[in-house]
Design a protein around this ligand. Sequence first.
Ligand code: PLP
Length: 446
Amino acid sequence: DPTAPDSGSRVEASAALFERARAVTPGGVNSPVRAFSAVGGTPRFIERAEGAWLHDADGNAYVDLVCSWGPMLLGHSHPEVTAAVQAAVSRGTSYGTPTRAEVELVEEIVGRTPAERVRLVSSGTEATMSAIRLARGFTGRDLVVKFAGCYHGHVDALLAAAGSGVATHAVPGSPGVPEAVAAATLVLPYNDRAAVEAAFAEHGDRIACVITEAAPGNMGVVPPAYVDGQGFNAFLSATARAHGALFVSDEVMTGFRASRQGQWGLDGAQEGWVPDLMTFGKVMGGGFPAAAFGGRADVMALLSPDGPVYQAGTLSGNPVACAAGLTTLRLATDDVYSHLDRTATTLADAASEALAAAGVPHLVQRNGTMFSLFFTDEGVTEVVDFAGAQAQAQHRFRAFFHAMLDQGVYLPPSAFEAWFVSAAHDERAVEHVLAALPAAARAAAA
Ligand code: PLP
């Protein structure tokens, strides 16, 4: 019974699999955050998923508020997506030639976004890596500006850690990233216009591009701030343009998720500006490895085979992934986004009420259909950057996370992540989460 209070607490099978995994794979996982390092305990090994629910190796069921870290916009095992995938598989799984499905998927992306030309790749990391190369190729400049707390995949140039102050030449964010690569990345505080202006004043003629999460979700949800009616993205776009640099909007997480047109639908489309380059992933792959980068036709024209900037991929535009992505996007109607919006509001409000009732200081931040909780100190009214996101009572998140997990609710196992809902989060799933919140809030209070 997934509604039993201890439904998430049997872990013998997951624990045994985790031990086997650790013997053959670093940390026992193929992507670090899955290891539960930030929250402790046993990562759940999932065996199947349907709609809003995950089912693990011990027979526990969880309402999934991670949705594969964003992609599963329609929920798991959506019958029409599954049928499209099965039909595609039956026609062969990879040809290494152009296909109709690629054209249709790219047309769908071009139809929803301001990107004029789009190239398909297999992961968000590849998308941002390729966009940076293209921006450097187009401008003939080397420096890249990014923001602390923004994650763009594990690209060398974009792993650079937060340096404090203005235009700090970053130290490598990971051993293995050459100093010279990290030194070409300037890391600035998010939403800090003065820092951006200072960086351009000092290095403007050497900056190839500014890259930012279109609306950060990887430090928790931190919306772009507005000053005198101008959003942070509009400011970045204008500042980059004034200095001959490109503005790269990373919509891997927000694309086709924050709204039908992604984050751009919430700001650029209203304010009348477009990014020079954009990156996409997650939702557009419908649960398969598909991602993309695109943008201005004159910039994209530099890409091979038309131009000299090289980029390629054996499985790029894979027909099965394209079938999953295309079907997902076609089914992602306005009704889906309204449902996501309402569900996010219900969950965010309920989480906030439960925490308030338990006397736990916190903030809930929303951006489009995405939201997250911050266990901030009393009196903090807004998190605007990574420093603010880091100033959290992490022990509260750990207690909250495990209390939710034990009651059959799967949250992202880190205090720095957005919560994701899907079209399949129906009343039953939502009620299940609401019922779990008071006890989790009391656990966070301890
Ligand atoms: N960009 C953003 C904004 C992301 O959230 C992610 C992944 O979480 C990436 C890029 C990297 O995508 P991938 O994990 O597919 O390489």
